[in-house]
Design a protein around this ligand. Sequence first.
Ligand SMILES: [Zn+2]
Ligand SMILES: [Zn+2]
Length: 555
Amino acid sequence: MNTKTENKICEHCKKGFEISSEDLNLYEKVGLVVPGNCFECRLKQHLAFFTFGKFRKGVSDLSGESLITILPNNPRYPVYKSHEWWGDGWDPFAYGQDYDPNRSFFDQLKALQEKVPRPHQLGKNNVNCDWCDDVWESKNCYLTRCFLQCENLHYGYRVLWTKDSFDIVYSFKLQKSYDCLECHDSFNLNFSENSRDCIDSYFLFDCRNCQNCFMSWNLRNKQYCIRNKQYTKGEYEKKLKTIKLDSYKNLERLKQEFEEILQKEAIHRENFNLRCTDSVGNYMTDCDKCVNVFSWEQSQNCRNSLRGFGSKDCIDQTVTWGNELSGNNSGVSGRAYGLKYSSWTDTSRYSEYLDMCVECEYCFGCVGLKKKKYCILNKQYDKDTYQKLKEQIISDMKKRGEYGKFLPYSMALCDYNLSTGTIYFPEVRKEEIVNKGGYWSEEDLSSHDGILSTDLPDSIKDTPSDITSKALICPETQYRFNISPTEYEFHKSRNLALPRLHFDQRILKKIRKTAIIKAYPYKCFYCKKDTSAYYPSEWGYKKIACEECYKSRIA
Ligand SMILES: [Zn+2]
Ligand SMILES: [Zn+2]
């Protein structure tokens, strides 16, 4: 048992950082090398392997079949259509390499990675979800990433069990909703944040079990409130009729008012953890003993991790779920056990340095394998030879200072500025990534061939349906985008102004509020007690409350 904290200098950013005794104990339990870089630098590197990308058309390197993908234009690896990748029309052993003790293992693994195909889209068991990525068991979704069991969801990001909704980020179980962030179990909820169990409402912040409310905050079990003021049903309906959501200018004014309420009026709690015990972090639900963990559900004893659920005894995990006794992985899913230093690997056990493998065990440094055992660099060995060669490689890697480090930046799947890393580390610049061997895109993706979206008619009422056949230019990114016929119908039927920004820009701007992974010190607005919260000072939130003061004010 470690009882002392270790103080280190980060190998990447050169800043001092601490590794707590609890971290050290979990590294030992999982069997990981104690990292030489700080939490932020570890996370930054993991996220380099998680493409956000930009949807584009392309063709399969196997069949020439057309495809839609978020992978880069000229990737370092072949791209196959997903059904081809999952099929048996290719053999990952065809790319097998002998281990060369005179070369860096990472260099050899990278050479292998560049030969083995990857699927054009992550995910399985979908119907009509071509313009999507990281999509699982979903139907009729469009321009959406990272979601499971959704139907008719357009422009979503990290969404579960949601139907008939548009512009939804980090939300579970919504129906007929629009423009929501961190909202759950709600129906016809619009322009809202951090709210649960709400119906037929607009511009809600931190509300629960509210119905027919407008521009309100910190409410519980209310009906017919506008700007936190109680009205009768008749008054509410009359007032609501005068609010013009069909006008873009008016909608922008309302959004501005909402932001000002967040700054001046709303009470902000230390964190948005729900039903958690002995845990530190934010946006955790049903977690026990999870520390320095963010956007994480139904887990026990996890540390230093971002985005996942259903895990136990895991550390340094980024975008993983269903893992046990695993660590230093990125994008690893489905009942992994004893898995380390791996990326985009599914249901694998007792393995290290896997990339894009499925149901493997006792494998080391492999890419694109399915249901294999005792393999190294995509070559099959018997159990004893595997064990001996693995030990030799680990010993060689230790001499080169490679062993125990995550896959290098040079193996990242896309340019860093098109990876999920930019969501959490928007301040990162090209030099930093390139100096570490990573990639950065200078490609100009802007376009001038279309109508500036700011020139659209102000009201949806004056916007004809043929807008869906026109190319629009986003004023912030200059990216070209379209209004889909389904989207137009949705806005028209609800009398909501059309968006003016490119769909990815809408998602990326919204996400920032849930992407803070550092606690800032504050004094509670009410009792002046020292507290910490996940709100950077530039957001200008005034009423940040400690948990006791928050609870005493909001039932
Ligand atoms: Zn660092
Ligand atoms: Zn207080």
